[in-house]
Design a protein. Structure first.
Lengths: 388, 337
């Protein structure tokens, strides 16, 4: 029996998956575990591996198509195996030109137009204008010599296209938009803010970076460890509002907000309270890198219980974040900067940072939030107990 | 001084021939170190009658008929320039530049540099270019690109009486060797010339006609080809800008590029042979500095890459015409006929 390559369900409520691209082509020999295709769910882009050894055949899904989960999109044929009858018909009778355009072909080429093939003919001016107008040159129709896109084509197509100029909004972006809107609408937010002395945090990082294996530790890593420790003491902040009741979580999973080219995504360091700093740093580095490369797996973005959003590297002093539902709290971290503070009644220069916590008031009240912030502040300002 | 004329009381209509004559007379009058030397420049007043009357006013010691030896008079002129004179050497046909290349390229262009700046060569060479005069392959070439290629030489390509006068006067006053090419078919072209001490600075292009849709960069007599094409295209509702560099060395890149950026389409027209010519340099400047503003490839027209034929029918086919420039403009606009 040929082995089916199916569109998998990667999320609980997922109904379709988008086939981003085929990594292997019809007729390619594939080994079990080798990436076959790339699919996009509402959260992530994932490579789907070959389910068996053999030859890839009977491809029935085109790149860019949304496919119901569970549907077979191709087969892996072992030696001597043929495609199942229903798929084999058009392939076995290529002379019948009535075969639909999406029917699989046997020559190994995809039936879709290769978007990365020939360069689109467009004048330099048209390309510049398209870029300035936020249009993709590939989406424009040219009326110049040989169908080249000229400036007039960009201008002509820009006006009606303005509203739909970004039809390429990714699923990940739509998901983010929906979730932010839902959180801002449904979650009663409140915010607590505090300026912290980062002297010890800085020295902790500087010291730890000298240790082999810790060279790449960042402030974010330290904050993951600090937050995880604070969450152990304040399980309420780690809880969630579900079905009209507060529900505590079994584990402490700290998410990191990462801005990628196409969306904001929050990969999660699972069990952060049980991980040693080195493991936290490794995990965070790996997650961020894969987030930027669109290589996150669904599990990487699931089950977060608390989120850290750090905009310090962008020079932000302080900001308020939107709670990442169904979590109860998110920490917004500003930049560390030498500032003048009062120390023992005298002005002194200290590296400080302003952190702001956003809470879901259904789960955490002001007093509990303040106690959590106090614990967090104490750990940031004197992390000695956490330094191992 | 490369400033516009200080006293402009008005303008008179002159031919290019009259404008050149005036420029020389004014400079001969103004500066006793200026003199003319060349074949048939005195009594004959030049085959094109450009110099008529000069010998009468300035005498045979300042308007000197020379033997037929281009290399000799150019070398003489260069020596005089180095030792304090401002000679204007007349090379009757631009084709004879071949005979003076050592004096011009190896000596005149280099002497200021190789003397560490202690010597100057304020030498002006007046010569001609252009076909269509039924002069045959050895008297019809436009060799200005040869000279423009050499650092140390300046090259003027006047297209109007005003520019012919103003550029020549600036050339004579310039401390560097300058080669002024006059189109031999244009001496009777008329135009207004400002009164007074009219100077045109070297290195300043002139927009001869403003337009929005296509830029035609044209030199010398090709400016008139471009203007004629522009008039033709205007009837089709196409607005052509005509830019005249006036000097190709030094070159006013900024004006050329600004026009290219404005219209997004450029045609270069120059009467030198099309391959490896001035048109290639001008097109390259546009490609380099206006690339992201171009809506079509830069096109160029030069003389065909053949010896200029003596046969009138054939000769007229070798040089750019208003019709061909207009056709090219329409093609660039996607409105090919």
């Amino acid at each position: 029996m040929p082995t089916e390559v199916i569109m998998p369900a990667l999320g609980m409520a997922q109904e379709t998956g988008k086939l981003v691209r085929w990594i292997k082509n019809e007729g390619d020999t594939v080994t079990k575990g080798e990436p076959l295709m790339e699919i996009e769910t509402d959260k992530v882009t994932v490579e789907i591996e070959a389910p068996a050894n053999g030859v890839l055949g009977g491809i029935s899904a085109a790149e860019g198509e949304d496919i119901p989960v569970g549907r077979a999109v191709a087969y892996v044929l072992a030696a001597g195996e043929d495609l199942p009858q229903v798929v084999a018909v058009p392939a076995a009778a290529p002379v019948q030109s009535a075969a639909p355009a999406v029917a699989p072909t046997t020559n190994g080429s995809s039936t879709t137009v290769e978007p990365s093939g020939r360069r689109v003919l467009a004048s330099p001016k048209a390309r510049r204008l398209a870029r300035e107008h936020g249009l993709r040159i590939e989406d424009l129709k040219g009326t110049g010599p040989h169908g080249a896109i000229q400036a007039a084509d960009v201008v002509a197509q820009d006006a009606p296209r303005v509203a739909s100029a970004q039809p390429v909004t990714s699923n990940a972006w739509k998901t983010m938009a929906d979730r932010m809107q839902q959180s801002w609408r449904d979650v009663p937010h409140f915010f607590l803010e505090r300026e912290l002395d980062a002297t010890r945090l800085n020295s902790w990082r500087d010291m730890i970076r000298r240790r082999p294996g810790y060279e790449k530790v960042t402030h974010t890593d330290l904050l993951i460890v600090v937050c995880a420790a604070a969450l152990v003491e304040h399980p309420r902040v780690n809880a969630t509002w579900r079905d009209g009741a507060v529900q505590y979580q079994d584990s402490i999973n700290v998410g990191i907000a990462v801005a990628t080219e196409e969306s904001l995504i929050v990969p999660v360091v699972h069990g952060a309270d049980r991980l040693e700093l080195k493991a936290v740093a490794q995990s965070r580095g790996d997650l961020v890198a894969r987030a930027r490369d669109r290589k996150l797996r669904p599990a990487d973005v699931s089950d977060g219980t608390f989120t850290i959003s750090n905009l310090g590297m962008f020079g932000v002093d302080a900001f308020h974040a939107i709670v990442n539902t169904p979590q109860a709290a998110i920490l917004a971290v500003g930049r560390i900067l030498d500032r003048i503070v009062a120390v023992d009644g005298e002005p002194a220069v200290r590296p400080t940072m302003t952190v702001s916590l956003s809470f879901d008031h259904r789960v955490v009240d002001g007093a509990e939030g303040a106690r959590f912030l106090d614990t967090l502040a104490a750990l940031v300002e004197e992390p000695a107990g956490l330094v191992r | 001084m490369s400033s516009p004329s200080a006293v402009v009381t008005g303008a008179r209509e002159l031919t290019i021939s009259q404008a050149v004559n005036e420029a020389l007379a004014e400079e001969l009058r103004r500066d006793p170190t200026v003199f003319l030397i060349g074949e048939d420049v005195a009594e004959a007043g030049h085959p094109f009658k450009v110099l008529s009357g000069l010998v009468d006013e300035f005498g045979p010691e300042r308007v000197i008929d020379s033997p037929i030896s281009e290399a000799g008079i150019t070398g003489l002129g260069l020596g005089a320039a180095i030792t304090g004179m401002r000679p204007v050497v007349d090379i009757m046909f631009g084709d004879f530049l071949t005979l003076i290349m050592d004096q011009v390229v190896n000596q005149a262009a280099k002497i200021h540099y190789m003397s560490g700046g202690s010597l100057k060569a304020p030498l002006t060479i007046r010569t001609t270019l252009g076909a269509s005069r039924r002069s045959g392959a050895q008297h019809s070439q436009s060799l200005h690109a040869w000279v423009a290629h050499i650092p140390g030489l300046k090259v003027c390509l006047p297209s109007t009486p005003a520019d012919a006068k103003g550029l020549l006067k600036s050339a004579i006053r310039d401390d560097n060797p300058v080669v002024v090419f006059e189109d031999k078919m244009m001496y009777t072209v008329k135009g207004l010339v400002p009164d007074g001490d009219h100077l045109v600075p070297l290195g300043l292009a002139d927009v001869k006609r403003e337009g929005e849709d296509v830029t035609v960069i044209a030199t010398s007599s090709m400016v008139h080809v471009a203007l004629s094409a522009a008039g033709e295209l205007e009837r089709d509702g196409i607005s052509v800008e005509v830019v005249d560099p006036r000097t190709i060395a030094p070159l006013d890149r900024a004006t050329l590029v600004a026009s290219a950026r404005k219209t997004g389409r450029v045609i270069v027209v120059d009467e030198g042979h099309q391959s490896y010519g001035a048109s290639a340099e001008l097109a390259a400047v546009i490609a380099e500095d206006a690339f992201w503003y171009l809506d079509a490839p830069v096109m160029r027209f030069g003389a065909m890459d053949v010896p200029i034929p003596f046969s009138p029918v054939l000769e007229d086919q070798t040089v750019p015409t208003p019709e061909r420039v207009a056709e090219a403009a329409l093609r660039l606009l996607g409105k090919g006929r």
